[in-house]
Design a protein around this ligand. Structure first.
Ligand code: ADP
Ligand code: MG
Length: 685
C-alpha cells in the first residue's frame, strides 16, 4: 500500500523514522519518490589494467597490512592486495570505529574513487567495503547502486534497504493506475523499479530525467498539478478580496526613510502591485528577480500598504534562517512607522509563540514573518489581507486554497504575492500557471560592480586561502562553501568541518564560523547572526546559505569542488556576494578530473552574471550524474517533475487533466491526493 507508514519498512526504527519525518517522508509512497541523485555502477569489477586515477573503481582483494599512522588525528591505513595491484585504503577519524575495519587476511570488495598520494601510491579514501569472507559472500549486484539525496545522517545502505522493501510491498499491492492506459507503457511499479533498481546503461537517461520511467512519473505529477489548478480556478472564479485603500501615506514615509531610492524597475513593479492591491479581486502575482535584485523592499512596501489599509500581512519563507533574516530586514523598516512586525517559526519559544498568536488574533500585530508553519499552526488572523511568499515560484495553488480558510470574512480572499529568484522564462510560466500575473526585476540596484569570478585548480588551494586570510585581516568578510557530503560514503569531497578546522589552524587570528545542515536551527542561527554582525570573518558553510542570505559586507567567496554544481546553483551561491557597493570576487576551486560539460559550466559561470542566461545554459550543460541536485537542498518544489526540464510535458499534462476531468472524474481527487497530498494536508486541516 502506498500509504503504509515508513516505520513498517525494513530497518526503519524510531530514530530513522523521526529523521525521515523531518524531511517530509511519512509513507511508503513518499519514500519511493525520494529519487536517486545519481548511480554508481558496482555491477562489475575493474580489471587491473583499467585502474585509473580519478575514476570510480571496484576491486576485490585481501588485506595484507593494517597500520595506524601517528598523527594528531588518527589515520588508519589498510593495504589491499589484489590480482596485479596493491591499493592503500585510508580512513580518517576512525578511532571510534577502528574495530569494525577488516583485519589482515580478510577478503573484501571495495568501491571508491582512485587517488594517488604524494608518495605515488594508489589510494582509496573511505571506500565502501563488502566483506567476502562469510559463508555466502554476496555476489556482485546486477542493478546499479542508487545514491540518494541525504536524509539527515541516515546511511545510504539503510535508505536502499528500506526502498527495496518498499518496492517489494508495492509489487504485492500495486497502486491504482489513474492515467488513461493508452498514454504510457509503464505501470507505476515498473517505473519506480526502473528508477531505484536501475539497469546498467540507464544511468544517464535516469539522471537527466529523459528516461521513460521518469517522464511517466513527471507526466502524472504535472497532470495532478493541472487538476489542482483547475479546481482552484473554479473555486476562485468569483472570489473577492478586500480592496486595500490606505488611509495614510506610510509607503511614502518608508521610501523616504530608505537609505537608497528605488530603481526604475522597482518603481514599475511597485505600481503593478499597488494597482492589484486596490482591486476587490485578489492579487495573484509572481515577482521574479535575480538574486540581489532587491525584491524584499517591494514586500515591505506591499506590507505597509496593507497595514495602512487596516489589514494584516503574513510573509513566509522556506527556511527558518530566511524567515529570521527577512524579519531582521523588515522590522527596522516597518516599526518606525508604527507597524508592529513579529517573527514566528516552529522553533520560536513557546511563550513567544503564544504571545505572537494572541497578537495575531487580536490584530495588534500587523505583519507576521515566518516559515510555512504560519499556515500549519493554529494561527487565527484578525483580518489577513495580504500574503507574501518568498523564494517560491510554484504558483501557490496550495497557498491560495489555504488562504481561503484563513481569510476572515466569508468569501474574502487575501492578496497573494509570490517572489522568486529562480528565473522561469515568462512564456513558460504563463502557459503553465495560467492566471498568474508576472513582474520581473531585470536590473540590479545601482552601484553594484560585477563579481570578479576566477576558476582555479584545487592544487592552489593554499594560495587561495592565504589571499582570503589577508583580505579578512583587512576587514573583508568571506564565505567558503563546501558540498554537503553525507550523501555517499565514497564521494571524495572536502568535508565542511575538516575545511573549517584546516582554516582555523592555519590562520589562528581568523574568526571562523561553521554552518551546515546538521546543526540545530538555533546553532545555525547563532552562527549566521554572528557573521551578519561582523563577529566572524569567515563562514565555512554547505549550500544551506544558498537562498536569500544577505550580508552586504561579505565580498569574497570560495566554492570548493565547484565542478560538481549545476550552473543555476553556482549562480545562486555566487549571489551571496556582490550585494553591497564593494568589489566582490568569487573563486571557483575545481578538482581534476573535470568532464567536458564541467569545463563548459565553469566557463559559462565565469563569463555571465545573468541568471536567465545561466538557467538556460544549465539545462543544456547538465552533465549526467555529476551535478549536485537542487533536490539536495530540500527546497525543490516538485517530487519528480522539473518545470524547465519537462517543458515538453506541459501541454500533454494540460490535455490529460482536461480529459480525466471529463471522462474519469473519480480519478481527480485520488490523483491530487497522491501527488500533492503532503502540501494539501494543512489546507484541509
Ligand atoms: P533579493 O531580490 O535577492 O531578495 P534583496 O531584497 O535582499 O534582494 O536586496 C539585496 C540588497 O540590495 C539589499 O542589501 C538591499 O537593501 C539592497 N537594495 C535593494 N534595492 C536597492 C536600491 N534601489 N538601491 C540600492 N540598494 C538596494
Ligand atoms: Mg530575497
Amino acid at each position: 500500500m502506498p500509504t503504509t507508514p515508513i516505520n513498517q519498512l525494513t530497518g526503519i526504527g524510531p530514530a530513522a523514522e523521526d529523521t525521515l519525518h523531518k524531511t517530509g517522508i511519512f509513507t511508503l509512497w513518499d519514500l519511493l519518490l525520494h529519487l536517486p541523485l545519481r548511480y554508481e555502477d558496482r555491477t562489475q569489477l575493474t580489471p587491473s589494467h583499467l585502474l585509473q586515477v580519478g575514476q570510480l573503481i571496484q576491486v576485490e582483494g585481501t588485506i595484507s597490512r593494517c597500520q595506524e599512522l601517528p598523527s594528531r588525528r588518527p589515520v588508519h591505513l589498510l593495504t589491499l592486495q589484489g590480482d596485479g595491484f596493491s591499493i592503500a585504503l585510508r580512513f580518517l577519524n576512525y578511532a571510534k570505529w577502528a574495530h569494525i575495519l577488516p583485519k589482515v587476511g580478510t577478503r573484501i570488495r571495495v568501491f571508491g574513487q582512485l587517488n594517488r598520494d604524494m608518495s605515488g601510491e594508489l589510494t582509496l579514501l573511505h571506500p565502501n567495503i563488502v566483506r567476502l569472507d562469510g559463508r555466502n559472500p554476496p555476489a556482485l549486484p546486477d542493478t546499479l547502486t542508487a545514491v540518494y539525496p541525504s536524509v539527515g545522517t541516515l546511511k545510504q545502505g539503510l535508505l536502499r534497504k528500506a526502498i527495496n522493501d518498499g518496492l517489494q510491498r508495492l509489487k504485492q499491492a500495486p497502486p491504482a493506475e489513474l492515467l488513461p492506459q493508452q498514454t504510457h507503457q509503464l505501470s507505476l511499479v515498473q517505473a519506480l523499479t526502473a528508477i531505484h533498481l536501475a539497469r546498467p546503461g540507464d544511468a544517464i537517461a535516469l539522471t537527466i530525467g529523459s528516461h521513460p520511467a521518469v517522464q511517466r512519473l513527471a507526466l502524472e505529477e504535472l497532470t495532478a498539478q493541472q487538476l489542482l489548478a483547475m479546481n482552484a480556478r473554479a473555486a476562485f472564479a468569483n472570489s473577492r478580496a478586500i480592496a486595500l485603500q490606505p488611509t495614510q501615506d506610510q509607503c511614502a514615509q518608508l521610501t523616504a526613510a530608505l537609505p537608497f531610492s528605488l530603481t526604475k524597475g522597482q518603481q514599475q513593479v511597485w505600481q503593478d502591485i499597488q494597482q492589484d492591491l486596490t482591486q476587490a479581486h485578489p492579487m495573484h502575482r509572481l515577482l521574479q528577480g535575480d538574486v540581489g535584485s532587491g525584491k524584499t523592499v517591494l514586500a515591505a512596501l506591499a506590507a505597509v500598504h496593507a497595514a495602512s489599509s487596516g489589514v494584516q500581512t503574513s510573509i513566509m519563507a522556506p527556511t527558518e534562517i530566511l524567515a529570521e533574516q527577512l524579519h531582521a530586514t523588515l522590522a527596522p523598516w516597518l516599526e518606525p512607522l508604527g507597524i508592529p512586525c513579529q517573527l514566528l517559526t516552529a522553533s520560536s519559544k513557546a511563550a513567544d509563540k503564544r504571545k505572537a498568536l494572541v497578537g495575531i488574533s487580536d490584530g495588534s500585530i500587523h505583519v507576521i514573518v515566518g516559515t510555512h508553519a504560519l499556515f500549519q499552526e493554529q494561527v487565527q488572523y484578525k483580518n489577513l489581507g495580504l500574503v507574501v511568499v518568498d523564494e517560491q515560484h510554484r504558483f501557490g495553488v496550495e497557498q491560495r486554497l489555504a488562504l481561503k480558510n484563513k481569510g476572515t470574512q466569508e468569501s474574502l480572499i487575501p492578496h497573494l504575492l509570490l517572489m522568486t529568484a529562480t528565473p522561469i522564462p515568462r512564456t513558460l510560466a504563463m502557459s503553465f500557471y495560467g492566471d498568474l500575473n508576472i513582474s520581473s526585476l531585470t536590473e540590479r540596484p545601482p552601484g553594484r560592480q560585477p563579481i570578479e569570478t576566477v576558476v582555479i585548480p584545487d592544487a592552489r588551494r593554499e594560495a587561495v586561502a592565504d589571499r582570503l586570510a589577508t583580505a579578512c585581516q583587512k576587514g573583508t568578510q568571506a564565505y567558503w562553501v563546501c558540498p554537503f557530503i553525507v550523501e555517499s560514503e565514497t564521494f571524495d569531497a572536502q568535508n565542511v568541518s575538516d575545511t573549517a578546522q584546516w582554516l582555523k589552524s592555519r590562520y589562528p587570528a581568523l574568526r571562523v564560523g561553521l554552518v551546515h545542515g546538521q546543526l540545530s536551527g538555533k546553532e545555525k542561527d547563532k552562527q549566521m547572526q554572528a557573521f551578519k554582525a561582523g563577529m566572524l570573518d569567515l563562514l565555512v558553510a554547505t549550500t544551506v546559505i544558498e537562498v536569500g542570505v544577505n550580508v552586504p559586507n561579505a565580498t569574497l567567496m570560495v566554492i570548493d569542488n565547484s565542478e560538481r554544481y549545476g550552473l543555476a546553483q553556482l549562480h545562486q551561491l555566487r549571489g551571496r556576494v556582490g550585494r553591497g557597493t564593494g568589489k566582490s570576487s568569487c573563486v571557483l576551486l575545481y578538482k581534476h578530473p573535470v568532464s567536458e560539460t564541467g569545463h563548459a559550466r565553469l566557463e559559462a559561470i565565469r563569463n555571465s552574471q545573468d541568471g536567465f542566461v545561466l538557467a538556460e545554459q544549465d539545462l543544456h550543460l547538465r552533465g549526467p550524474g555529476e551535478v549536485l541536485g537542487t533536490r539536495q537542498t530540500g527546497l525543490s518544489e516538485w517530487r519528480v517533475a522539473d518545470l524547465l526540464r519537462d517543458t515538453a510535458l506541459h501541454q500533454p499534462a494540460k490535455l490529460m487533466a482536461a480529459q480525466i476531468a471529463q471522462q474519469n472524474p473519480e480519478h481527480v481527487q485520488p490523483l491530487i491526493q497522491r501527488w500533492l497530498g503532503n502540501k494539501l494536508r494543512f489546507v484541509q486541516a
